[in-house]
Design a protein around this ligand. Structure first.
Ligand SMILES: CC(C)(COP(=O)(O)OP(=O)(O)OC[C@H]1O[C@@H](n2cnc3c(N)ncnc32)[C@H](O)[C@@H]1OP(=O)(O)O)[C@@H](O)C(=O)NCCC(=O)NCCS
Length: 383
């Protein structure tokens, strides 16, 4: 017996918002037994695509019931291949199908309709990110729709311990850059060395959610505007993701709940113990996303760590920023220098990609097979 076919159409803010929010609540994605951070769009289902250069949101309807939703955005990034280094890519995110209407082909239909929008807008590759162990999602994209497993970045999450700001080493010089200086350095040092570096980096840096870009280098050396570089240096930028949507903890094991409560009490009464207390993760909270983390030179690992401490100290002054998140290529040694909590960073991301133009098919085969040596630029607008 065949299923009734769902109608797919563009999202209409006023009439669909409540149904989409309800659908998303019923579809919370997260690995079964582990601690997991859920997203909360705080009444704006478009929030995760709104800052992208081009975006679209589609819904699937059965009769009057809204049973599926998907979002997509388009931009130009670096995808290093023989002929040229820039590609137009379409990002797929926020695919949700109501639990009672799964396995009826609605998820596949929504992806296919979004791909049609990508193709009409000259997109070379479509890509998506999912948790590595989300079997339904991986099977849908890889087995059914022909996506290829592309990269496995690591998501690093660090709690903000508001009563323990870090002491910033006096041997490190830190400078805040202007948008122009940051754009210049990113184009010069990251564009040719990273995958998915966005061609419109200046739009990201100028966005009101971008709190700034900082460089760190050994005190006594010079970071010259004339291009003179210190022996070691590091840079990163910060995006105030909490202004767009909130996070909250799901499926916390009892041990984690007890630890949170007891360590906060210990902090309150015995602050000198400096225990690594967890903030209150059980109500929606904001977070900072560190993007464009780049380093060069033998001492640069320490400099990255110092910049992360600076961001942590900034976060302690914000009202609701409770964690700092970043995402780096799985093979990247950067992750050893970025403070993170294993308990919250156990999520393994999987990026899958599909060529939407025949001539890009072989390129993608090569890209997926080639060893991962480049850094990955994770766009804060797509977190
Ligand atoms: C993943 C999800 C979107 C799939 O939607 P759907 O409408 O059920 O997908 P489809 O009916 O189009 O399924 C297409 C194929 O995907 C695979 N698939 C879908 N759900 C699956 C499951 N639970 N287990 C294994 N394979 C599955 C199958 O290969 C299926 O083809 P088949 O039914 O012919 O065997 C849906 O399960 C969902 O909303 N999950 C929670 C949110 C989520 O994980 N979103 C994806 C994040 S990127």
């Amino acid at each position: 017996m065949g299923f009734e076919e769902a109608t797919i159409r563009s999202y209409e803010g006023k009439s669909d918002r409540a149904q989409v929010e309800d659908l998303e609540r019923r579809c919370e994605v997260g690995p079964g037994e582990r601690v997991f951070l859920f997203t909360d769009s705080m009444g704006d289902p478009m929030c995760r695509i709104r800052n992208s250069p081009m975006y679209k949101m589609l819904v699937a309807e059965l009769g009057k019931e809204l049973v599926g939703v998907i979002r997509g955005s388009i931009k130009v990034v670096t995808v290093h291949r023989q002929a040229r280094d820039l590609a137009r890519v379409g990002y797929i995110l926020g695919l949700r199908i109501a639990p009672l209407h799964r396995r009826k082909g609605i998820g596949s239909s929504l992806v296919c309709r979004l791909e049609e929008w990508f193709i009409a807008n000259d997109v070379d590759f479509a890509y998506m990110a999912t948790e590595k162990d989300n079997e339904a999602s991986v099977k849908l994209f890889v087995n059914k729709l022909g996506y290829m497993k592309f990269r496995t970045p690591a998501i690093l999450v660090n709690p903000v311990k508001s009563i323990h700001p870090f002491h910033i080493s006096s041997s490190v010089e830190i400078e805040k850059l202007t948008v122009e200086e940051a754009g210049f350095l990113y184009r010069k040092f990251m564009a040719s060395r990273s995958e998915f570096f966005p061609n419109d980096i200046d739009n990201i840096l100028r966005n009101k959610l971008s709190l700034g870009t900082w460089v760190a280098y050994p005190r006594g050396e010079t970071f010259g505007s004339d291009g003179q570089l210190p022996s070691s240096w590091a840079m990163l930028s910060v995006w105030n993701s909490g202004e767009v949507f909130k996070l909250r903890l799901g499926k916390a094991p009892l041990s984690c709940l007890i630890y949170t409560k007891s360590s906060r009490m210990m902090d309150k009464f015995f602050p000198c113990f400096k225990l690594p207390s967890l903030p209150d993760f059980f109500h929606p909270f904001g977070f900072y996303f560190m993007y464009g983390v780049h380093r060069d030179g033998p001492m640069s690992g320490k400099l990255v760590k110092t910049l992360c401490q600076l961001v942590h100290n900034m976060a302690t002054k914000s009202k609701d920023c409770k964690v700092i998140v970043t995402e780096v290529a799985g093979h990247d040694t950067l992750k050893h220098h970025i403070p993170h909590w294993k308990l919250l960073s156990c999520l393994e991301d999987l990026w899958c990609m599909k060529a939407l133009k025949n001539e890009e098919g072989n390129t993608l085969q090569e890209l997926t097979k080639s060893p991962q040596t480049r850094a990955l630029f994770v766009d804060p607008r797509e977190v």
